[in-house]
Ligand binder design. Structure first.
Ligand SMILES: [Ca+2]
Ligand SMILES: [Ca+2]
Length: 125
C-alpha cells in the first residue's frame, strides 16, 4: 500500500497503518474495539476496552484531553483509564453532553445502570 491508500474508502494523506502489514497493533485477545473521537478533533481515536479488568486503552489522534488526564493510570509502560470492569459490563461511547468529545460509558445489565464519564468535566480556567 502506498502512503495515500484509502482507509474505509476515504483517501487519506497520513494513513494510520504503520507497520509492514499495514496495520497498527493495539489491543489483545478478548479486547473490544470501540473507536470514538475522545479528544474532539474530528478524527476517531483507536480505543479498546478490556473486559477482564475494565481498562480502556486509547490512542488519541490529537492528544490526551484534559478531562481524562486525572483518570490516567500506568502499568508496564502502558497508560489506561479504569472505567467498568464488572462481569457483564458493556462498554460504549457517545457524546452524551454534546461538547464534541466522546464520553466513556459502561452499561451494566445487572442493575440497568449507565455509568458515564462525561467529557465536559474540564477543569475550570
Ligand atoms: Ca480524535
Ligand atoms: Ca462529550
Amino acid at each position: 500500500m502506498s502512503s495515500e491508500d484509502s482507509f474505509l474508502g476515504i483517501r487519506c494523506k497520513n494513513p494510520i497503518w504503520k507497520n509492514e502489514n499495514n496495520s497498527v497493533r493495539w489491543g489483545s485477545t478478548g479486547d473490544i474495539p470501540i473507536p470514538s473521537d475522545f479528544d474532539g478533533d474530528g478524527k476517531a481515536d483507536i480505543a479498546i476496552y478490556r473486559p477482564s479488568n475494565g481498562r480502556w486503552y486509547i490512542r488519541f489522534s490529537q492528544g490526551e484531553p484534559s478531562y481524562l488526564a486525572p483518570f490516567r493510570q500506568t502499568e508496564g509502560g502502558h497508560s489506561y483509564y479504569a472505567w467498568g470492569g464488572q462481569t457483564g459490563d458493556i462498554p460504549l461511547t457517545a457524546d452524551f453532553d454534546g461538547d464534541g468529545k466522546a464520553d466513556i460509558a459502561i452499561y451494566r445489565p445487572s442493575n440497568n445502570g449507565w455509568y458515564i464519564l462525561f467529557s465536559d468535566n474540564e477543569p475550570e480556567g
